[in-house]
Design a protein around this ligand. Structure first.
Ligand code: SAM
Length: 216
């Protein structure tokens, strides 16, 4: 059984300070980061590194994103307590657990079957209840649309039009788009039925988004 000790809590406080100093200002996002035990999502071999501001392997060639990146995307998403949020790329489940601190309505979809089952088990152990799905999230999750917010946690080659259609009016999509080496963080807002605005932010390096609208 995993334990969240005072030592872990102390390391989390330091991590939050680091992320804040790097530019994350949203107090709700920082509080969420302080709340969620990141070491619960780590392989035993890496437990000691859980509170470094770094991405780490989670198996299946995938990674748990760097805390700064998680905070950056979450801040851009501007989650409200009544929002219905879709996360694409459940991975370890860490980002999803952060989103659950901000709204109870989180849908998350993962392409890799091994990671999907592992994350579900982790959510159960932590008493968390996101709506979890196994499948190609590059197409979104149309059966449960629309969403106030959609977050893509893997690097996409394009902005999938199918995701834009799954946003509410006023809804926002945060997605890293570029080649496999580097992606620009984008925030797309659906301002009217057929009208969208696009904002560009910093560059990041994510593992590739696979599937029909992703990398083949
Ligand atoms: N959010 C994750 C976390 O907190 O650990 C990190 C995500 S990891 C950087 C990217 C994840 O996206 C991987 O688990 C990968 O299997 C998944 N992925 C890639 N293509 C996908 C797709 N088309 N649909 C759903 N998940 C996908």
């Amino acid at each position: 059984m995993l334990i969240d000790s005072y030592r872990h809590k102390g390391m989390r406080k330091s991590l939050v300070r680091v992320v804040h100093e790097k530019g994350i200002k949203d107090q709700k996002v920082l509080a969420a980061l302080e709340q969620v035990p990141r070491h619960f999502f780590f392989e035993k071999a890496f437990l000691e590194q859980a509170y470094q501001d770094k991405a780490f392997p989670i198996g299946e060639g995938q990674t748990i994103s760097q805390p700064y990146t998680v905070a950056y995307q979450t801040e851009l998403l501007q989650v409200q307590p009544s929002d219905k949020v879709l996360e694409i790329g459940t991975g370890s489940g860490y980002q999803c657990s952060i989103l659950l601190q901000l709204t109870p309505q989180v849908y998350t979809i993962e392409f890799n079957e091994v990671l999907f089952h592992k994350a579900r088990k982790q959510f159960q152990m932590m008493g968390l209840s996101p709506f979890t799905f196994l499948g190609d999230g590059s197409e979104g999750l149309p059966a449960h649309a629309p969403y106030h917010k959609i977050l893509v946690t893997a690097g996409a080659p394009i902005i999938p039009k199918t995701l834009l259609r799954q946003l509410t009016i006023g809804g926002k999509l945060v997605i890293p788009v570029g080649d496999t080496g580097l992606q620009k963080m984008l925030r797309i807002t659906r301002v009217a039925e057929e009208e969208f605005t696009k904002e560009e932010f910093d560059n990041f390096k994510f593992v590739p988004l696979l599937g029909n609208q992703g990398w083949k």
